[in-house]
Design a protein around this ligand. Sequence first.
Ligand code: FRU
Length: 579
Amino acid sequence: MDQIEQDNKQKSIFMTDYTRTFEAKDKYLLIPIEDQAVENKVQLSVEGNPVGEPMTIRIAQNKIDYWMPIDIEAYKGKKVTLTFAIAKTTDIGLAEIKQSAEYNFNYNEKYRPSYHFTPQYGWMNDPNGMVYLDGVYHLFFQYNPYGARWGNIHWGYAISKDLVNWQYQPTAIAPDKLGAIFSGSAVIDHDNTAGFGKGAMIAIYTSAGERQTQSIAYSLDGGKTFTKYEGNPVLTDANIIDFRDPKVFWHAPSKQWVMSLATTQTITFYGSKNLKEWTRLSEFGEGLGGHGGVWECPDLFPLTYEGKTKWVLFVSINPGGPNGGSATQYFIGNFDGKTFTPDTMNYPLWLDYGRDNYAGVTWSNVPATDGRRLFIGWMSNWDYANEIPTVNFRSAMTVARTLRLAHNGEHLVVTSEPVKELESLRREAVLLGDKTRTNTSDAIAFENFLPNNQGAYELTFTVTPNETDSFSFALENAKGETIKYLFNGATKTLSVDRSKSSVGFNANFAETLIKAPMVAKKSYTVRLLVDKASTELFVNNGEVVQTNTVFPTEVYNTLRFNTSKGTLTLNDITVYKLK
Ligand code: FRU
């Protein structure tokens, strides 16, 4: 041990209940965070009285990676104290905590998407409580306002008129004595069944404390403020540990609210007349579909196919996805108000075979005049979500998507495609035209296909393979980084190779081919949305979908097609700059 180490060791003394007190004068207390520091339990108090639940904060120990704000505006002129359950004398962040009139959330991050929803700062996971009301789409989400890793789970909040441009709103629901605010849904209570008021927006979520229980909160001002129901929790179970993520809808034929709830590795359905008292209806899923991990975030909703109503059940599962880690499977069947009966199909079926579309569910209360089933997912994977190479925020949502039922030539599938509103982002179209690759070993390459490429674009084309059933296309940059899409009609697989796509940050990120089943067709229509750190691939109108994040050191600006034999006919190759 050298002298400095020895000195440090001596200086590093543990303290309990270490406090820092400020006379509040500015809007914020700024807390220096070290991304990988240990979690510290921190209580905020005002004039000696605790406010809110203790926070877990990774206070900087050795270096400051970024700052997080605690809003203290309401306490101006008062004594505000932070009490750290445990601290070390050598934790450099303790002395650096300061007041500030501003919080600069913008760290000019390379991987901040330009048209995908991200939290302004802090950590985000699942989309929650999605509901449409009077021209506004509401999006709540699992949110940590005190750090860019999972923890302190609140419901963050944003609204949009077009599912494309989002406005941040203050955090909607904060943890309480019953626990953190885990995933859930929101409904509009048109008939005042719960008694909170006609047209109340009611959030149904999991209180994650020592046990997981279901709670409700209502808003009478269109989502701006929520009041928690004093009778919470409204649904408990003495035995089930993983008991969460309530998704509720009004089932008109049986005149009741129906809740789908993840119960370990099944979905249990509950019914209620008033959102407060729930009775168990049935349980689904034992021995069916993927069971490689815990079941989470269910959603049960109708879609029509050839004029007939079918019911679709989404179940997210982690781990156990088709390509490792987190993914969303689905079942197609019927629902009679009590029981979900799946059609006989080759389960598991997956909504998106990419590695980065998890915990997605659909909007409630979308008007019948619109008629769409609208979806958004969390564009990450629990395998590496906490390590992605961003600084003071983590994760984005997928683009909002429209879901439909379609026949892929072999069986029914739930297709997903970007909502039509997304086309409003198209700024410039570059027509790369039509091209047929002749029978040589040369690839068809479009170098520098987009002038002034900022990494946010959409690529569309139709590809027809001639005398071959396998071909590929790739996006590349000058650093040799590439993401490759491999179509194989013989093995009926569409694989994504992102092993050389990105900077290294987690061994689990890029190791293997990401495979999706694909029905071989004469031609394939391809639509690929790229946004700084993500790629969303939709083939044949969303029959095959692959959402995969990427972290290239510079933008991909070369498009290269390849086939080992035969030729490729490429039609209408178009690149749109987005936003
Ligand atoms: C899914 C999930 C949910 C849970 C939430 C906690 O990603 O694990 O089951 O409610 O995240 O943040």
